[in-house]
Design a protein around this ligand. Structure first.
Ligand code: AMP
Length: 535
């Protein structure tokens, strides 16, 4: 068995990986890490779920000089969700190295991120737009960025960022090392690689290997009008631990969510028309295991690593076989198993055939959870779920999750970064709305208040007597409120962490309760004092 040390990584990193439960390098890691350590430019043709973040992140962290406070490495990502995910992963890998990783992404106050850049940032992970913005405002200087990664380059291309990417690369030193990761290699990416990379070595991880190995795939042929009913049937039969249901359009997502709601299935939605705050709240709840069903568009769910996802349902068949691979990559992460079920109308048989060819696999008809091949996760995953309920997910996990979409950046590793053998069971609320789930429950108290639309009703501003000087981050504030008051994440808005004080908006009718329940709690060693701000 090849070990991480065999690949030439430092002891600091190997110890961190050991702590995270990474036993051996994945194929993409085995191939790319030695090349990157030698200083070669690398094109990795691999998608999320293969371990690509560590493949480029580990050599990056070993390359840096911890005593040099300049920005020495830049990782560009297409979306803020991926940006935060990569940041969290790099921080977990760098746990023993004392390297500052800073995330910059749109939808969060630019000043907070700028001050982090100013304080110290040796690695910057950023979305293309915000990185450009930071460069133009002279908050970010890349003249020492000698290690540059383009993550999910094809998504950057799809989202129209390529000119900016080219410009950013042009601002980095010409003698830099460049790694480019992309699931597909359309001509503009090849061109960019020719122009901006030096004699790159290409490493491919086959899509088929990704999907066949870890995801059981099925299809259901159904007339368009019967799709909602069939979907509800699938969800009831499959009883997913967590599922992402993909619909093609934002309107389609909302419509489907309403339909499922009417059928008694509680779902959350995620799409680009939602405010950042609402998206953040949904991601916090979903990643923390507090929500079970997520209806999403492709853009919103791109690149997310949500370890608990047992099922992906393609309510609408994806536009292209590549997108299919992306979508089902949300489940069956790094060796765990998952199930993917795709609904097709009779007219879409050819589209399914194209996907089968692309993924080099047959996608049989779904015959029900029991009629089909075994549907449960492999035995090695079971014991954790069968243990008695353990502690509530730790605050730092919630904090990391919160940062997964909120204003700041997580300091701690996420649940996915915990050693696999030691993962705490996630608490789940037993659902009465999805039939008779008889699996042992490790539950979290259900939210006590009925759900309301996040933008409903007046809000109250709370002032907290702690701030940046106490080491507080926006995520700490969100986590303290969400965890103690069982508010939905999207109810906690406008978090501002200043030097000595912080402010946050909560629904006015819950403000007193929040004060009462959060007051006196300790976060980062600080006892939280808070009150409703006087108007
Ligand atoms: P990525 O493709 O980088 O998004 O990684 C997918 C998932 O695999 C993440 O949850 C990683 O923490 C996990 N992972 C990456 N490399 C390894 C490894 N060598 N062993 C176990 N898990 C890994």
């Amino acid at each position: 068995m090849t070990t991480f040390a065999d690949l030439g990584l430092s002891k600091d990193l190997c110890d961190a990986l050991d702590h995270l439960g990474y036993k051996e390098p994945t194929p993409i890691q085995q191939e790319t890490i030695p090349l990157l350590l030698q200083g070669r430019d690398v094109i990795g043709q691999a998608q999320t779920g293969t371990g690509k973040t560590a493949a480029f992140g580990l050599p990056l962290l070993d390359y840096l000089d911890p005593s040099d406070s300049e920005v020495q490495a830049l990782v560009l990502t297409p979306t803020r969700e991926l940006c935060i995910q990569v940041t969290q992963a790099l921080r977990a890998y760098a746990a023993n190295k004392g390297i500052e990783v800073v995330a910059v992404f749109g939808g969060a106050p630019i000043r907070d991120q700028a001050s982090r850049l100013k304080n110290e940032a040796q690695v910057v992970v950023g979305t293309v737009g915000r990185v450009m913005d930071m460069i133009r405002r002279h908050y970010l200087f890349l003249d020492q960025a000698r290690y540059v990664v383009l993550d999910e380059a094809d998504e950057m291309l799809d989202l129209g960022f390529f000119e900016d990417v080219d410009e950013i690369l042009a601002r980095c030193p010409s003698g830099r090392q460049t790694a480019l990761f992309s699931a597909t290699m359309p001509p503009p990416i090849k061109k960019l690689a020719e122009k901006r990379m030096f004699d790159p070595e290409t490493i491919k991880v086959k899509a088929a290997q990704l999907t066949i190995d870890t995801v059981e795939q099925f299809h259901i042929e159904v007339p368009d009008k019967d799709k909602p009913e069939r979907l509800a049937e699938v969800l009831k039969a499959e009883r997913p631990t967590q599922a992402i249901i993909f619909a093609r359009t934002k309107i389609g997502v909302d419509r489907l969510a309403r339909t499922l709601d009417r059928q008694g299935l509680r779902v959350k939605t995620l799409h680009g028309n939602m405010s950042q705050g609402a998206r953040d709240g949904v991601m916090i709840a979903f990643k923390g295991g507090r929500e079970r069903l997520l209806v999403a568009t492709d853009v919103a769910a791109r690149g997310l690593d949500i370890s608990g996802v047992s099922h992906v349902v393609n309510y609408d068949i994806p536009n292209s076989p590549d997108v299919y691979v992306h979508r089902i990559g949300r489940t069956g992460r790094a060796g765990e198993s998952g199930r993917a079920i795709t609904l097709i109308t009779p007219k879409q048989r050819d589209d399914l055939a194209a996907i089968e060819r692309h993924a080099k696999t047959e996608i049989p008809e779904w015959t029900g959870a029991n009629g089909g091949p075994p549907r449960r996760a492999p035995e090695r995953e079971r014991p954790a779920a069968e243990e008695p309920a353990a502690e509530e997910p730790a605050a730092e996990e919630a904090a990391a999750d919160a940062d997964g979409g909120a204003t700041g950046v997580a300091e701690e590793s996420t649940a996915r970064e915990q050693p696999r053998g030691e993962r705490r069971p996630r608490r789940r609320t037993r659902r009465s709305d999805d039939g008779d789930d008889e699996r042992p429950q490790t539950r979290r108290p259900r939210h006590t208040k009925p759900r309301r639309a996040p933008d409903d009703g007046p809000t109250a501003k709370l002032v907290i007597g702690a701030g940046r000087a106490d080491g507080l981050e926006p995520a700490d504030v969100i986590a303290a409120i969400v965890d103690n008051c069982h508010l939905d994440g999207e109810d906690v808005r406008n978090v501002r962490v200043l030097q000595r004080f912080s402010f946050v908006d909560v629904p006015a009718d819950r403000a007193d309760e929040v004060v009462e329940k959060v007051k006196g709690n300790e976060t980062r060693g600080v006892e939280l004092r808070l009150e409703v701000a006087k108007r």
